[in-house]
Design a protein around this ligand. Sequence first.
Ligand SMILES: Nc1ncnc2c1ncn2[C@@H]1O[C@H](COP(=O)(O)OP(=O)(O)OP(=O)(O)O)[C@@H](O)[C@H]1O
Length: 577
Amino acid sequence: MNRDLPVAGRRQVRRAALRLVRRDVPGFIATLLLNGLAAAAALVSPWLLGRIIDSVSAGGTVDLLAAIAVGAALAQLVLSRYAEKIGTRFSERVQEHIRAELLDRVLALPAATVEHIRTGDLSARGTIDVAVVGRTLRDAAPAILVSSMQALFLIVAVFLVDPVLGACGLLAPAGIVAASRWYLRRARPAYLEEGAARSELAEHLAANAAGARTIEALGLQAKRTRAAERVVGRNRAAQLRTLFLRSVLWPSVEVSSLLPPALVLLLGGVLLDRGQVTLGAVVTCVLYLRRLGQPIETILIWLEQLQSSGASFARIEGLAAPAREEAADAAPRGDRIEASGVHFAYEGGDDVVTGVDLTVRPGERLAVVGPSGAGKSTLGKLLAGIDRPRLGTVTVGSVPVADLPPARLREHVVLVTQEQHLFLGTVRDNLLLADPTAGDDRLGKALAAVGADWIGSLDDELGSRSSGATLGPDRVQQLALARVILADPHTVILDEATAMLDPRTARRAERSLAAVLAGRTVIAIAHRLHTARDADRVVVMENGRVVEVGSHDELVAAGGVYEALWRSWHGSGGASA
Ligand SMILES: Nc1ncnc2c1ncn2[C@@H]1O[C@H](COP(=O)(O)OP(=O)(O)OP(=O)(O)O)[C@@H](O)[C@H]1O
């Protein structure tokens, strides 16, 4: 049931871009102002050149004009340098913010979403897409700004020099606007497809790398190669499409920007003959219009880049959609967990949980038993909100458990399995994941409750770096159990929580577990039936269905599936284990 993450719409992306600018208005305005001044300074030299030509033609002196030209060039240099520096700082701040926001969003996704998103998709968004947006914000905003101002000033300047010649200059923007409208209408879907194809490729590579041994063992190389060819083919087609769009856009732009200076030269020649313009005016207009090509080309390069980064931004912003959906969640009312008509299938497979109805009463100890492959662990994940039912509902306090954001979910239900993670960081960091507000006092009490007596001095140990290799599996498990105490959920689901530990360590861990479970509702996926004997109720599963529910004594007396399981486990000596 792997899912692609959503992609944001144009409006959402526009709003996000505005939000980013609003976060740093002074930085944005300073960038705008400095770039504007630099663009204005760049206009002075061509104007002075025209004046110098006219002055020389009239036999006048040009010393002062030449000095002003040098001053203007120096001013442009200094202003451009500062404009770039300020602009880059502004964009780096924005980029840092996008990264932090992306991380927060991923961490806020419900467990049921995180478990099923494609890792390739997520990693492509978190790396390639953020880098593309970051680069664009760093370079595009100042470049587009400077170029737009330059283009505007140039057109106004040509008009001021000579309105008739200026009218020729307008031909360039007209042609370019037509070409870019054609392009922009097609570019967004093309670039979104390119991003999706890129994600699929990343996903495919990651899956092949992770499953390399399985592929080899099962002789699946040819099948995987064919699948890879299809993915690469999709990538190629997507890239060819965007290449085609670019290959229409650029020649049209090239022609549109060469026409106006040529026209000014022709028309200027005629007007000069008639004495309606000066040679200086014609030269100034041609110089301005030749210059117009450059900012327009820069704008278009970035416009084109914006299409691809807009698609990247839409993919990053898309992560906000599920987070927002879940943000509107209602708070669970009460501790009762209810499964109703639940069906669940793993990707591409048949149902492995079929029509399960179950109410877990607050405070009870429930054991789920059944033969291997009956669907016990899957039911555990559904009750813990890690998987979402295909049909039916699993609720806690009447709210669908899979919709709860992580922080709220862990206040209600926590699944403890044999797979415990220790995250890079200190012991304190690892504990604070469960409750970021906990002080050292609470951390110490949680550690003491799970018997983590190896932590000598809190000050030293809580701050020390921890890793699974240095601590060992039992200590990692103790930290995980301490996290459960800190999260303080009303319900704990246990699935082989101590299975990976050696018997001596497992006994210690079971003692820690007893401290964790006190006063909570417990759902134990029971692989050893003594857990079931001690439970208030036993749920028996077979082929994905709940086939019996009752106390140990009732079910033994009933002589059904449970009785047979109990007899075979008892007979095999399991009871004495
Ligand atoms: N990630 C998965 N992808 C596909 N199929 C799965 C996955 N996990 C479990 N299954 C299949 O779903 C069915 C139920 O598995 P589940 O682990 O829930 O059973 P179980 O009763 O807990 O078994 P066990 O006691 O052996 O752990 C099995 O047929 C199993 O092969």
